[in-house]
Design a protein. Structure first.
Length: 184
């Protein structure tokens, strides 16, 4: 497959909303209960990409998946840790797209100075757990019965991956908007 991983643009919001909707409507992997429309998704993209990367995988002008990072917590001392997510359209799953998106995302995060990535997984979700562990994440925390969706209580696990080795005096976090390109 000859796909392109690139930074998101506002015209991608509708396709991203379409990819995300089935996860909201038919599963517990996200605790949202109403799928965001293209306008809401465009707002999320705009708010996120002020500081963090949001990438898409495109093939023949079709968006097959996306990955993004966001703030782990707002306080300044957390600036070197990001929360990450990846979603792939069901027909495009199991083709290596999520791995490509995460690899590109981690590369950008490393250039930004991010030290750790946190993935938050609603449980049970053995596919996501296996994928994240394959990508180098380790389970670091779990919270029991914290989300209720589709008539069932769900646990949430936190997985962590080192992006960059810790230093005693880290360089300042660089907002994604200040980086030259996706792959410098």
């Amino acid at each position: 497959m000859d796909s392109l991983i690139r930074h998101v643009n506002q015209t991608d919001a509708g396709a991203i909303a379409d990819i995300y909707a089935p996860f909201v409507e038919s599963s517990h992997v996200t605790f949202e209960t109403t799928p965001p429309d293209a306008t809401e998704m465009a707002g999320r993209i705009e708010r996120t990409t002020e500081r963090y990367p949001w990438l898409v995988c495109e093939l023949d002008e079709d968006i097959l998946g996306y990955a993004y990072a966001s703030s782990f917590h707002e306080r300044t001392a957390y600036q070197w840790t990001a929360t990450v997510s990846v979603y792939v359209s069901p027909p495009a799953q199991r083709q290596g797209i999520a791995q490509q998106l995460y690899a590109a995302l981690f590369s950008v995060l490393e250039r930004q100075g991010v030290r750790s990535a946190i993935a938050i997984i609603a449980l049970p979700n053995p596919e996501s757990v296996a994928f994240h562990e394959q990508m180098g994440f380790e389970r670091v925390a779990s919270f029991e019965n914290v989300g209720y969706k589709h008539g069932t209580w769900h646990d949430v696990g936190h997985w962590q991956r080192t992006i960059r080795t810790q230093t005693d005096d880290p360089e300042p976090f660089v907002p994604v908007s200040e980086l030259e390109s996706l792959s410098d």
